[in-house]
Design a protein around this ligand. Structure first.
Ligand SMILES: [Zn+2]
Ligand SMILES: [Zn+2]
Length: 342
């Protein structure tokens, strides 16, 4: 399957160049080494394991499910200093907000992909609580929840956890998505993401998993080889708006795709995984449809997608793979994690 075309990314409002016709071109660049050693269930000097002392002196609770704490070295904080005057045209302000760390499990050696679906559903409920609690604060305009996984995205501690940045501004990508969604709603009376879902379900080639109320797919306009969106089918502005069985369905869909990507190369699959949720700035976000985006930096087990001229230099992505082909690869992979099947 050879795709060579430009595809419109309706949420980011930008073109993606899909140049999958040349994905087998020779590669002599740097490759990524994957860790092989098995991890212990508990590590005495891990700052995220239960009961351990962190660098700042605080001691973790002896937690048995999830554990949330304020980041000891926050990038945004309630006590961020008042900056000095900015020169000329420039502007600045205090880096106010709240940064937290959320441990998924007391087990140092389990990734999100390996957690039982019931525990993932519990985690979704903790995300809901955090979004509500932080988003309700008047100074907080947005709650960004994200997980960085793997050394290739800069994570040194494999203990399963995500981070929460509740900020006094709306992150750029969310702002773009919110604007595009609001305009689409005003112009057509429809939710933009629903139109995306309809196109995906009609076509079907990029759908990876689907249950009663949740769906996972590689979008038509994917920028990364294995970029996967997981979303409720009914429009909910944030994770906190999932109700009833939607929580368990969403957890199942997320769990399934994480198992699949781990099974792809039988290795812990690195990624950046943000929750894209409506801002909590008091605006009208009826057109915003909550979703999780999985951005895996690898194209092959040992091959990193480098961001270079087009991406960093120009701001648009050049994708080397076809989303249809990659979704097909994932669909046929087993639903049981490779570590459990030996
Ligand atoms: Zn740990
Ligand atoms: Zn998004």
């Amino acid at each position: 399957m050879s795709v060579w075309e430009e595809r419109w990314h309706p949420l980011r409002e930008e073109w993606v160049i899909v140049a999958a016709h040349r994905q087998h071109r020779p590669w002599i660049g740097e490759t990524v080494k994957t860790p092989k050693a098995a991890l212990p269930a508990y590590l005495p000097d891990c700052y995220l394991c239960p009961g351990n002392r962190r660098v700042g002196g605080a001691v973790n609770a002896a937690y048995d499910r999830t554990f949330v704490f304020d980041n000891d070295h926050p990038c945004v904080g309630p006590s961020a200093p008042e900056p000095g005057p900015a020169p000329g045209i420039h502007r600045n302000r205090p880096a106010r907000g709240i940064a937290r760390v959320l441990c998924y499990s007391p087990r140092h050696d389990l990734t999100l992909a390996e957690l039982p679906t019931g525990e993932v559903a519990h985690l979704v409920e903790v995300w809901q609580q955090q979004y509500r609690e932080l988003g309700d604060r008047p100074e907080i305009e947005h709650v960004l929840i994200f997980e960085n996984k793997g050394e290739v995205v800069g994570v040194s501690n494999p203990h399963p956890h995500c981070q929460i940045y509740a900020t006094n501004f709306v992150f750029k990508t969310i702002e773009t998505e919110a604007k595009a969604s609001a305009r689409h709603l005003a112009d057509t009376g429809r939710v933009l993401f629903q139109d995306i879902l309809e196109a995906e379900r009609t076509d079907g080639r990029r759908v990876v998993f689907e249950n009663e109320s949740a769906i996972a797919f590689i979008p038509y306009f994917a920028r990364y080889a294995y970029e996967i969106y997981v979303a409720p089918k009914v429009t909910r502005a944030s994770v906190a708006d999932l109700r009833g069985s939607e929580v368990a369905d969403f957890a199942e869909a997320l769990s399934r795709v994480l198992v699949k990507v781990d099974n792809l190369w039988k290795m812990p699959f690195p990624y950046v995984m943000p929750l894209h949720q409506a801002p909590t700035d008091g605006g009208d976000h009826r057109g915003f449809h909550f979703h999780v985006e999985l951005h895996p930096p690898l194209r092959k087990p040992d091959l990193l997608k480098y961001l270079a001229g087009p991406e960093i230099g120009g701001g648009n992505f050049l994708s080397d793979t076809s989303p249809e082909e990659k979704a097909g690869e994932l669909r046929v992979l087993p639903d049981v994690h490779y570590k459990k099947t030996g």
